[in-house]
Design a protein around this ligand. Structure first.
Ligand code: RP5
Length: 163
């Protein structure tokens, strides 16, 4: 079966962050492809990737970038697929530049913006699985189980003084 989720990022240096999206998709047994697509360094690839995304079988695109993070917005400008934008934590401005670049889209072109950094990437993976689960009962059950286990773990470790 073809992967329905694409995880793309502006640079190989984003992988340490974007791996969090892959990790939760692995946990939930959701297939994905991973690729570097840079808005500024490979603009033609960005256009062709986005324009062909529907025909290539994708249903959700997770796009992470840092700094002048134009990747998610530009991908969204070329595809009707839901685009989840992950602001990578930049060195110079701690990811505030990434966040604002991704979040502040003009009316009419939507990007779902997640939190800065690892949690944002992880939640982008989770969110993409939740979107797919609307049409996949087995995946929906795996997500329910994941949520129950997460709650049980927190409840079983409720004393903050214990390791
Ligand atoms: C952005 O520039 C990338 O998404 C990355 O977060 C940042 C720095 O890229 P490198 O210089 O590390 O390749 O396009």
């Amino acid at each position: 079966m073809k992967a329905k989720v694409a995880i793309i990022m502006g640079s190989k240096s984003d992988w340490a962050t974007m791996k969090n999206a892959a990790d939760v998709l692995d946990k939930l047994e959701v297939e994905y492809n991973v690729e570097v697509v840079s808005a500024h360094r490979t603009p033609d690839k960005l256009i062709s990737f986005s324009a062909q995304a529907v025909d290539n079988g994708y249903q959700v695109i997770i796009a992470g970038a840092g700094g002048a993070a134009h990747l998610p917005g530009m991908v969204a400008s070329k595809t009707r697929l839901p685009v989840l934008g992950v602001p990578v934590q930049s060195k110079a401005l701690n990811g505030m530049d990434s966040l604002l670049s991704i979040a502040q889209m003009p009316k009419g072109v939507a990007v779902g913006t997640l939190a800065i950094g690892d949690a944002g990437a992880y939640n982008a993976g989770l969110y993409s699985a939740q979107i797919l689960a609307n049409n996949d009962a087995a995946l929906a059950q795996r997500i329910e189980t994941f949520r129950e286990q997460q709650t049980e773990t927190v409840l079983a470790n409720s004393d903050p003084r214990e390791e």
